[in-house]
Design a protein around this ligand. Structure first.
Ligand SMILES: Nc1ncnc2c1ncn2[C@@H]1O[C@H](COP(=O)(O)OP(=O)(O)OP(=O)(O)O)[C@@H](O)[C@H]1O
Ligand SMILES: [Mg+2]
Length: 285
C-alpha cells in the first residue's frame, strides 16, 4: 500500500510552546487512523498543519507523494484533502441543502444564476442529494442549520466535506458533544463511508476509536508517544502511564475543569483503568 499522507518531522511552535515537536506520521491509502491524546496534546494543531491552515515551523507534509507544505488549504482540497472542524463551520441561516450545494458548486466552479446551463444545475443537484443520502439528512434538506440538532449539524459537516470528493478526510472529534444515541449514529455513518476514502480521526471517545480505527497514534506534548493496532496501544505501558497516573499532572489530563475530567473518563476506558468516577468526585466541581 502506498502512503496517501506523510507527515515528516513536523514542528509547530507558538512562541516558546512546542505544540508539535517532531511528529512523523504515515497514513496508507484506505486506512482509518485515529489520533488520540490528552487535551493540548497537539491533535488539532496537527490537523491544521496537514490541512494547510497553519504552516509548520519546520518539517514537511506530503499528500499522494507530493510535497504540499507550502500549499494553501484550497490547493490541498483540490488534491483530495477534506476536513471537518472541532467546532461547526456551517452557514447557520442557510438550509441543509444549500450548505452542501455551495460546497458541490465550489468544486465544480459552477456559478448559480438563471444563465447557468441546465446540465450543470442537474449535476450539482444530484451530487448534493447523494451527499445528503450518505449522511442520512435527505429528509432534513429544507431545514435551516439552526433548526438541526447538534448531532445533525455534525452529520451535515461531513456531507459538506464529502462534497469536495476527498481522498483523505480529516475528522476532528466527530462525536464531541453528542448524546449516546447520536454517537452511535455517527459511528454508523462513518463506518458506511466509501471504503476507498482514507480517514484520519481525532477522537476522545474510546468506543468510537475502537469501532472505527485500524490503527491508533497517541500524541502527548506534541510528540508521538505510541502507535499501533488498537489492542497493542491499549497494552502499551507508556500510554498507560500517561492516562492512568504517573504522568497525570504533566499530561494536563486531570485538571480543575470538567472538560478535562470528562476526557479523562473516556480515555481511561482505553486501558480499562482505575475508578475514574472516584477521581471525578475528588477533583470535580
Ligand atoms: N493559535 C494558537 N496560539 C497559541 N497556542 C496555541 C494555538 N493553538 C494551539 N495552541 C496551544 O498548542 C497546544 C496544542 O493545542 P491543540 O489545540 O492542538 O491540542 P488538542 O490536542 O487538539 O487538544 P483538545 O483535545 O483540547 O482539542 C495547546 O497548549 C494549545 O494551547
Ligand atoms: Mg483539538
Amino acid at each position: 500500500m502506498t502512503d496517501l499522507l506523510r507527515v515528516e518531522h513536523v514542528e509547530r511552535h507558538f512562541g516558546g510552546l512546542r505544540a508539535l515537536n517532531g511528529v512523523d506520521l504515515a497514513v496508507a491509502t484506505r486506512e482509518r487512523l485515529a489520533v488520540i491524546g490528552p487535551n493540548g496534546a497537539g491533535k488539532t494543531t496537527l490537523f491544521n498543519v496537514i490541512a494547510g491552515e497553519l504552516s509548520p515551523t519546520s518539517g514537511r507534509v506530503l499528500l499522494g507523494g507530493e510535497d504540499v507544505t507550502r500549499r494553501r488549504p484550497d490547493q490541498r482540497a483540490v488534491r483530495g484533502l477534506g476536513r471537518t472542524f472541532q467546532k461547526n463551520n456551517l452557514f447557520l441561516g442557510l438550509s441543509v441543502f444549500e450548505n452542501v450545494r455551495l460546497a458541490v458548486q465550489r468544486r465544480h466552479g459552477v456559478s448559480w444564476n438563471a444563465f447557468s446551463p441546465a446540465a450543470s444545475h442537474r449535476t450539482v443537484m444530484a451530487e448534493t442529494t447523494e451527499q445528503l443520502d450518505t449522511v442520512r439528512l435527505r429528509d432534513r434538506a429544507g431545514a435551516t442549520v439552526r433548526e438541526l440538532s447538534y448531532g445533525e449539524q455534525r452529520q451535515l459537516e461531513v456531507a459538506v466535506a464529502l462534497a469536495c470528493r476527498p481522498r483523505l478526510l480529516l475528522l476532528d472529534e466527530p462525536t464531541a458533544g453528542m448524546s449516546p444515541a447520536e454517537t452511535v449514529g455517527m459511528i454508523d455513518l462513518v463506518k458506511g463511508l466509501p471504503p476507498d476514502l482514507t480517514l484520519l480521526i481525532i477522537e476522545h471517545d474510546m468506543d468510537v476509536v475502537f469501532a472505527l480505527a485500524d490503527r491508533i497514534v497517541v500524541l502527548h506534548h506534541g510528540e508521538v508517544l505510541a502507535e499501533g493496532r488498537p489492542e497493542e496501544v491499549r497494552k502499551n505501558p507508556r500510554v498507560m502511564a500517561v492516562y492512568l497516573g504517573t504522568d497525570v499532572t504533566a499530561s494536563g489530563l486531570v485538571g480543575a475543569d470538567g472538560v478535562k475530567l470528562a476526557d479523562c473518563h473516556s480515555l481511561a476506558d482505553l486501558v480499562g483503568g482505575p475508578p475514574i468516577e472516584g477521581e471525578r468526585g475528588a477533583l470535580g466541581p
